[in-house]
Design a protein around this ligand. Structure first.
Ligand SMILES: NC(=O)c1ccc[n+]([C@@H]2O[C@H](COP(=O)([O-])OP(=O)(O)OC[C@H]3O[C@@H](n4cnc5c(N)ncnc54)[C@H](OP(=O)(O)O)[C@@H]3O)[C@@H](O)[C@H]2O)c1
Length: 323
């Protein structure tokens, strides 16, 4: 947990005291954190749920991320700045913000959370706090994969696996806003969503082999791994790029096909969040929230996300939307 005072006031939070399954997520009172000079304290209105939240309560990943028990999970938040440390320059109390909190500190499943200016940006004005909390981690991942890593440019063709999930829904729209042609995969029930988001070609991976349809693409974004990654090398044109957010592309396969590839882990980046917020306000990106649950139901939310078949995002409601 981020450094905090043990004195009052308290807040409601989901606290993990031991590693384990969803049952270790306890809804209880916790001390309200106090911002250091380079932090803001945010009154959280909503918190997004991600597959990584599930991983963070396993000992293996917690150690990898540098998490120590007890901790409050949650990396995606939207809320209002309550207090700002002395070194904070861009944000002030009363500002509506959204943030991707770093993997070590987390703290989003709570009524109050801490963030740095590298993690938080002004919230998009055209959507509410619940929708805003669905954005940071997955939109930053899609941005960093397609733009920063694969250098996707206008006129190129990109194959996006898992187009109906958190990362995929943003990846399709970011690629379209970039001027790329988009081929995206999902199961039968999500074909309509792929089209609604702007995919030029929608592939039902339960009925069609994507490699029979997608050929000579410039970029692949892989959020599925295993067999899906293994079958993706052959659909990329020479000189093209595979970026995976779940596995390390095989150097031998990359060389054999004359292509490049990389795996990547998303980093907090408030400049990119601000840019994504502008695209949302310009109506170039819409946010898909399929379910909202109260904070106390975090375990149920994580169980759903762990199925690997969430449509868009699931968001925890922490407080009422401000009027
Ligand atoms: N490296 C990083 O920095 C980073 C960042 C964020 C996420 N991730 C990882 O990336 C993965 C995706 O994250 P997410 O938040 O987008 O997850 P998500 O919201 O659960 O979405 C997963 C999507 O994948 C689709 N899917 C499942 N099996 C598929 C298959 N065989 N082919 C094509 N699509 C398939 C599902 O659609 P259907 O229901 O239609 O099957 C679902 O919409 C997770 O493993 C997550 O841990 C990594």
């Amino acid at each position: 947990m981020r450094e905090e005072t043990s004195s009052k006031p308290a807040m409601k939070a989901i606290v993990v005291h031991q590693y384990g399954g969803p049952e270790v997520l306890k809804y209880e009172d916790a001390p309200r954190p106090e911002p250091k000079e380079d932090q803001i304290l945010i009154r959280v209105i909503a918190a997004g749920v991600n597959p990584v939240d599930d991983a963070s309560r396993s000992e293996k990943y917690a150690k990898f991320f540098g998490i120590t028990l007890p901790f409050i999970p949650g990396y995606d938040i939207a809320g209002i700045v309550e207090k700002a440390g002395a070194k904070i320059r861009k944000l002030k109390p009363g500002d509506a913000v959204y943030a991707y909190l770093n993997l070590k500190d987390g703290g989003g499943y709570a009524e109050y959370a801490l963030a740095t200016e590298r993690e938080a940006a002004p919230k998009p004005k055209s959507i509410d706090f619940t929708e805003s909390a669905a954005v940071p981690v997955v939109a930053a991942t899609a941005w960093q994969a397609l733009i920063d890593t694969a250098k996707l440019s206008a006129g190129q063709t990109v194959l996006i696996h898992g187009g109906s999930g958190g990362v995929g829904t943003f990846a399709i729209q970011i690629a379209k806003a970039r001027g790329a042609k988009v081929i995206a995969t999902a199961s039968t029930r999500n074909q309509d969503l792929l089209k609604e988001l702007g995919a030029d070609v929608a592939i039902d991976y339960t009925k069609q082999k994507f490699e029979d349809i997608a050929k000579d693409v410039d970029v692949v974004l892989d959020s599925v791994g295993k067999d899906t990654l293994a079958r993706s090398y052959g659909v990329v044109k020479k000189g093209g790029f595979i970026v995976s957010i779940v596995a390390r592309p095989d150097p031998a396969e990359l060389e054999k096909h004359g292509i490049r590839g990389a795996s990547m882990g998303v980093e907090p980046n408030s400049d990119e969040l601000a840019e994504i917020g502008r695209l949302i306000d310009e109506k170039k990106i819409k946010v898909i929230v399929s379910q909202t649950l109260p904070l106390a139901d975090a375990a149920r939310a994580q169980e759903q996300v762990a199925t690997g078949h969430t449509r868009g995002k699931i968001v925890l409601k922490v407080a009422d939307e401000p009027k």
